[in-house]
Design a protein around this ligand. Structure first.
Ligand SMILES: Cc1cc2nc3c(=O)[nH]c(=O)nc-3n(C[C@H](O)[C@H](O)[C@H](O)COP(=O)(O)O)c2cc1C
Length: 208
């Protein structure tokens, strides 16, 4: 039986390499590494060059997506094998960035029944621990709730567990470093406790 520690994939979904989402991503990684969790940060911009297309027109003879931009490698080599995934996104128009949305949309290509190994893909997508870290300029509690809701539904649908959310207020690049709410501390703690935080989806008939 493998005793390898669970792996964490951190997705940075802003085009700004020195921005607030990137700072959140780095803090999650720091926390994870302090706990001995292997963790990598990937910028979605490096792996996404286009939106989902009509799969019937796009697939090659083996059923693979023809968009050759590195998404496939990110998805199969890093996302599917990871036991945990932290999405760090700026708030764009009260939603996630287009990069983040495209990451989820493009999964469809390998998830849909028309893909030969769709069952294997679904098994790999299911059951992860997921977390959401957001950065916005506006300071009010509801600004990122649409994204929280979306990730919660994603988690329910894929039988994953949403183990934490962190929100940072800031606009200039890296401004959240000095934010009084100390979001980077919260991000580090999330990384440290990613696989140990108590998660409880309490239901009416749960035994307690
Ligand atoms: C296209 C775009 C849309 C944005 N929409 C919002 C918004 O709806 N609400 C908000 O508070 N901030 C909005 N912002 C500001 C960013 O969320 C904020 O600057 C954030 O810290 C950027 O994160 P980053 O440094 O990771 O790119 C928007 C910024 C851009 C570029």
């Amino acid at each position: 039986m493998s005793t390898a520690p669970p792996r964490l994939l951190i997705l940075a979904a802003s085009p700004r390499r020195d921005g607030n989402s990137a700072a959140l991503a780095a803090a999650v990684r720091e926390g994870a590494q302090a706990a001995g969790t292997p963790a990598v940060v990937r910028f979605l911009d490096d792996h996404l060059g286009g939106f989902l297309r009509d799969c019937r027109q796009c697939r090659d003879a083996d059923g693979r997506c023809r968009i050759d931009d590195g998404y496939r490698e990110l998805f199969f080599d890093e996302f599917l094998p990871a036991q945990g995934v932290a999405l760090c996104t700026p708030v764009y128009w009260y939603g996630m960035s287009a990069q983040a949305k495209a990451f989820f949309d493009r999964m469809f290509c390998y998830f849909a029944r028309s893909y030969p190994d769709y069952a294997q893909t679904r098994a790999g997508v299911a059951g992860k621990k997921v977390a959401l870290l957001t950065a916005s300029e506006e300071i009010y509690p509801g600004v990122a709730l649409g994204i929280v809701q979306q990730l919660q539904e994603y988690a329910r649908y894929t039988r994953s567990q949403l183990v934490g959310t962190v929100h940072a207020y800031g606009n200039q690049r890296g401004e959240i470093v000095d934010a009084p709410e100390a979001p980077l501390e919260a991000a580090r703690a999330l990384g440290r406790e990613f696989f140990t935080r108590r998660y409880w989806d309490l239901q009416f008939d749960s035994v307690r």
